[in-house]
Design a protein around this ligand. Structure first.
Ligand SMILES: *Cc1c(COP(=O)(O)O)cnc(C)c1O
Length: 405
């Protein structure tokens, strides 16, 4: 049962920090810094927060997280959604409800953020890293097909396959789920970076047994932290909700048949998330427009390429990612990144593939050369939907300058 906090009246005075712009540190130089993907507030967050505080519902349960979960369902097409404390928490719950246990293998794309597999590793599972394709930068279905067949022969199928929707781009989910269905392996899609993206006309993640979303501050819309686990299977989401609230059995005392987590999403954050979610179509349009401006502004530079958008999907272009090939006349990725940093522009290398991370040096893998090459050459450019035209022109000019020197 949700617990209701004491009513707070009047509403707290909000500090000036609650502004429409991204938070900008004080010093002049810092103020001009162009960040990779800062939060972009709509102006509606404060009203949503005030209303929530006014209502007295501030706990990580109750009508506001419920409303947020429903809104995520409406946006994504998933009939069942649990709003939780983070994308990582959503993935952890996903692994739990799929029954992942110590010694099980979970397979994922090597080119991802550590959060994709960290919860499974903490559960004692063994991650296996599969390469991505140059056409999509996401999990290679042909490689997956071969690896599944080999694992079936060894009677060592994975407990879950976890493809990743990268930088706003859906993986080849239909192909991946078809392959996994053949072997009865469930798919947990890490869609943390791809809210608002589509795959064959459906929302990213839809079609997987489970999908995880994130509302962290750097994502396309944010709740100031938060996540969601979604499924078409009500039982899985009911189980996730149970685990997210300490696995309390119905009893007047505290009764437990398993241990869970404190993974509920605060009503306060859910209120911010609701205000943000309403702006999602505008944010997708803005990020795609930013990509188009980079495409035009950086056209013709030798050795510079862009992350492709495969035919099956429509990316949000959450981050515009470029590749720099020194053999074809581009500066190398670190030279470019450092030059941008010196000009007050934050750019980041593409994810360092997990099979190259020291923590996973002994983990099994299949391929990895494509992901390694993308890490070597790939750079994510400032892509925040609140970035001004003038700021983007600064980024483009700073990059173009590297070919003139
Ligand atoms: C952001 C992200 C997560 C984790 O989300 P949090 O809300 O930060 O816990 C998981 N996977 C990927 C690929 C991400 O980019």
């Amino acid at each position: 049962m949700p617990s209701v906090s004491a009513r707070t009246t009047p509403v707290l005075a909000f500090p000036r920090a609650m502004r429409v712009e991204a938070p900008s540190p004080a010093s002049g130089r810092e103020q001009d810094r162009i960040l990779l993907s800062p939060p972009h507030l709509t102006g509606g967050e404060l009203a949503a927060l005030s209303a929530t505080l006014d209502s007295g519902w501030v706990a990580p349960a109750g009508p506001v997280p419920e409303e947020f979960a429903e809104a995520i369902g409406t946006v994504t097409g998933f009939p069942h959604v649990a709003a939780v404390a983070s994308g990582t928490a959503a993935l952890h719950l996903g692994y739990r409800v799929l029954g992942v246990a110590a010694g099980d293998e979970v397979w994922t794309a090597s080119l991802t953020y550590v959060a994709t597999v960290a919860p499974a590793v903490q559960m004692g599972a063994i991650p296996r890293f599969l390469d991505v394709t140059p056409e999509s930068w996401t999990l290679d279905p042909n490689l997956l097909e071969r690896e599944l067949a080999r694992a079936a022969r060894r009677r060592a199928l994975p407990r879950a396959v976890v493809p990743v929707d990268l930088f706003g781009q859906s993986c080849a989910l239909d192909a991946i789920t078809a392959l996994c269905d053949r072997w009865g392996v469930p798919v947990l899609c890490d869609s943390a970076e791809s809210l608002g993206a589509t795959q064959r006309g459906r929302h990213a993640g839809l079609g997987a047994r489970l999908a995880a979303f994130s509302f962290n501050g750097n994502k396309i819309v944010t709740a100031g932290g938060g996540g969601a686990l979604a499924s078409e299977d009500k039982a899985l989401i009911d189980a996730a909700r149970h685990l997210a609230t300490q696995a309390k059995e119905p009893a007047p005392h505290y009764q437990h048949e398993t241990t869970g987590f404190s993974y509920g999403l605060s009503s306060i954050l859910a209120a911010v998330g609701l205000a943000q979610l309403a702006a999602l179509p505008a944010r997708v349009a803005a990020r795609r427009a930013i990509f188009e401006r980079y495409l035009a502004g950086l056209a013709g530079l030798p050795g510079l390429g862009f992350m492709p958008e495969p035919v099956w999907g429509r990316s949000t272009r959450w981050l515009t990612a470029i590749t720099l090939d020194p053999a074809a006349g581009a500066p190398d990725r670190e030279t470019a990144r450092r030059a941008l940093a010196a000009a007050g522009i934050e750019a980041r290398p593409v994810w360092k593939p997990l099979h190259l991370q020291p923590v996973f040096r002994t983990a099994p893998r299949a391929g990895g050369a494509v992901a390694a090459r993308l890490f070597e050459t790939g750079l994510c450019l400032p892509s925040g939907s609140g970035m001004s035209l003038a700021q983007q022109e600064r980024v483009i000019a700073a990059l173009r300058g590297l070919w003139q020197g």
